[in-house]
Design a binder for this molecule. Sequence first.
Ligand SMILES: [Zn+2]
Length: 341
Amino acid sequence: MTVSGSAPLLLWLGISLGAQTPATRDFDGEYRTAVQGAKDAAGFEWLGTLVRTCLLPESGGEDTSDNVPEFVANPAKVPLRDTWYAEPAKVFDDLYFVGGRIHSSWALPTREGIILIDTAYPYNSEELIAGGMQKLGLDPRQIKYILISHAHSDHIGGAEIFQKKYGARVAMAAPDWDTVEKYPNRYKTMAPKRDIVATDGMKITLGGRTVTIWTTPGHTPGTISYTFTASDRGRTVNITYSGGTAFNFVNNTADPGIRNFQTYIDSQKKIAQKAAAVHATVLLSNHSEFDNAYNRNRMLAGRGNGPHPYEVGEEWVKRYFNVMQGCARAAQIRLEQRQAR
Ligand SMILES: [Zn+2]
């Protein structure tokens, strides 16, 4: 195609550029809309997740340090037991809470052994998980699989210990296996030997029970989430497990922050679809801050014949992921605003 003469070209360019100039965006308005959407979705059920992702300050840049954590280097720096201890709880017929006041771990017993999801810290995993199981009549030597939602010390903390002690298989996604290998000091005593590389749609099956793994990168590059079932007084309950929540990724610059938020948002949309597909009515997490596990465990004692305190229903499960999406979108809009200046 040729353009003869400069006037038509300029005219064409002028029109074209004019048409492509975006209307001035109302970034503040867009931000408020996104936050309001998250607030509406949260209601009173998901206030902890709303506060963490919409209201509290985000962590910023990339952590490339490789230091031995204080609680590993110096036993005197281990947080006081009162700050983390929680009683274990039988939550469903075949799902046990063996976590702490802040961080959660979950045991799924089967006739061929136990699947354990997340492992708290190295300093409390023995008491909370192994001790908690024993209190509830489970044998920790029966742990066959350990699923690590992501490689942060509050969830991977007991994986090396239990892998060595019980010969349990450990599953984690490749990017987080890489992180563990890259930072030997940061993961001192918390570095299980690379074992099962979790992939999207992978099924971990043991004794007739299956946990399906879904890759949900965002919180960390290798964050994984799950769908599985449990039994509530004989009735099957569908559960979705959200593996990573706070905005820990690099987000203090538009590039790569905008992209990183998009990865996070896409993952929440994806796991929300998986939850809807199995009609999940229970949302679990690895922090009580998000799923209210600690309080729900105490409510269980007074349940009687009423509804199960963890069973919030399909609509609330969907709303959980809308909170995460809305808050991530709000933060992403702020970065877009910064980029536009
Ligand atoms: Zn984390």
